[in-house]
Ligand binder design. Structure first.
Ligand SMILES: Nc1ncnc2c1ncn2[C@@H]1O[C@H](COP(=O)(O)OP(=O)(O)OP(=O)(O)O)[C@@H](O)[C@H]1O
Ligand SMILES: [Mg+2]
Length: 260
């Protein structure tokens, strides 16, 4: 079986800044993989490169065995690649339901607007926003806008979902719900690349973790090995986190599971 996604040597410069530097990795079907790294490390740029929003200088992206390096965002969506945006941008004149329907129409699944709206309603129920369906998108709180982003991306019926800080700004109870939601999405067979600063979320969901620093992939592998890697501790986690994590890992993960 071909790998779901192969990223080969992606380079992107903005002027003198190397936003990604020779980044290569693979995703297997059904995985949840965390992507972490400091602010400005190149995480969002990498998602933009994979989904055709930004064009790579060199390197390639192969999705389901096809070279998709030069594809446009709508082609990515139609091919089964969906993403959420870190800066949420709902269409302001539209209701919550219309925003999600637009996702279904963009990805070319819905035969009619009515069908798009029926599907959109199912996704809103799934993410817990059904009660807000007919409100203007601008009336939502930030955590709800994040869930709207998620519903919009699910409306594209993705095989691979790239989540860019979809849990930022959530409180503890909401994080528990978000964990459950992400597990439910994975259980539907969707592969997930999860950009996330909350290590509790990363550690309890990820089967593997990738670490970017100054545009370079400095580590990848099993979560426990990655968080103890000295380069990752130096670049991102800090030594206090590593010590705490080594002492309390099982308990820490269990707590996150309980919440979910
Ligand atoms: N369109 C652009 N033009 C110029 N510079 C850019 C552009 N997009 C990103 N950058 C720069 O590239 C670097 C990587 O940015 P990116 O947004 O990918 O980081 P990130 O890892 O997602 O950070 P954060 O955790 O803050 O979201 C940053 O220095 C950023 O300022
Ligand atoms: Mg980012």
């Amino acid at each position: 079986m071909p790998r779901l996604l192969e990223v080969n040597g992606l380079n992107k410069r903005f002027g003198g800044l190397h936003a990604t530097r020779d980044v290569s990795f693979c995703l297997e079907e059904g995985e949840i993989v965390g992507l972490i790294g400091p602010n400005g490390a190149g995480k969002t740029t990498l998602v933009n490169l994979i989904t055709g929003i930004v064009r790579a200088d060199t390197g390639s992206v192969v999705f389901r065995g096809r070279d998709v390096t030069a594809q446009r965002p709508w082609q990515a969506a139609r091919g089964g690649l969906a993403r959420t945006f870190q800066i949420v941008q709902p269409f302001p004149q539209m209701t919550v339901l219309e925003n999600v329907s637009a996702g279904a129409l963009f990805a070319g699944h819905a035969a009619s607007r009515a069908q798009a709206e029926r599907e959109a309603m199912e996704h809103l129920e799934f993410v817990g926003l059904a009660a807000e369906a007919h409100r203007p998108a601008t009336a939502l709180t930030l955590p709800s806008r994040k869930r709207l982003e998620l519903a919009k991306s699910l409306a594209m019926r993705p095989r691979l979902l790239l989540l860019d800080e979809v849990n930022a700004g959530l409180n503890t109870a909401e994080i528990g719900q978000a964990l459950a939601l992400m597990r439910a999405i994975a259980a539907r067979g969707v592969t997930i690349l999860l950009i996330e600063h909350l290590m509790k979320v990363v550690m309890s969901l990820s089967q593997r973790i990738l670490v970017l620093h100054h545009g370079e992939l400095i580590a990848q592998g099993e979560p426990q090995a990655v968080i103890q890697d000295p380069r990752v501790v130096d670049a991102y986690l800090g030594s206090k986190f590593a010590a705490r994590q080594a002492a309390h890992t099982s308990q820490y993960v269990a707590t996150a599971e309980e919440q979910a």
